[in-house]
Design a protein around this ligand. Structure first.
Ligand code: ZN
Length: 154
């Protein structure tokens, strides 16, 4: 449906703004998780945006972003369940193409997805008390990751 609004309201909507920031995450290889909630919250705060959304995106096809209760049990459970669903030991087509031993890494990262969108209200991330934003390394070796944080709103 097309948006229709009074001219003054349309003008106000055109003041929507955006802010982008990149962070680095140094990982130690398969199953390494990082809590990046504070970095995302800090980007939101620096943006000055009080109502909107923030998108958090991992650059690269063998790591993922999501939310979880960031505690040691789940930090171990998540990679463990992914290894059951998509085991490292299986013979993947990707291995025949590249022989780099990380077919399961690509598939695990794709299953979870590379990005997350979180609402912003009152200048703060709308997250549950036990809900943190995590970065999960799915690759077989440590990597230097770039995560792009894009804040949109007003
Ligand atoms: Zn590969």
């Amino acid at each position: 449906m097309l948006r229709s609004c009074a001219p003054e309201a349309c003008l106000r909507n055109s003041f929507e703004t955006s802010f982008q920031h990149q962070i680095s995450v140094t990982t130690r290889g398969h199953g390494d998780t990082h809590d990046i909630t504070d970095q995302v919250a800090s980007a939101v705060s620096r943006s000055g945006i009080t109502t909107g959304i923030v998108n958090v995106f991992n650059v690269g096809s063998t790591a993922s972003i999501g939310t979880i209760e960031f505690e040691p049990g789940l930090q171990a459970d998540l990679p463990a369940i992914l290894d059951k669903l998509i085991p490292p030991s299986r013979n993947y087509g990707h291995e025949q193409a590249w022989h780099d031993g990380n077919g399961h890494s690509h598939l695990q990262a794709t299953l979870q997805g590379p990005s997350l969108t979180v609402p912003i209200a009152g200048g703060k991330l709308v997250l549950g008390t036990w809900q943190q934003i995590f970065h999960l390394e799915c690759d077989v070796r440590g990597r230097q990751r770039t995560v792009v944080i894009t804040v949109i709103g007003q």
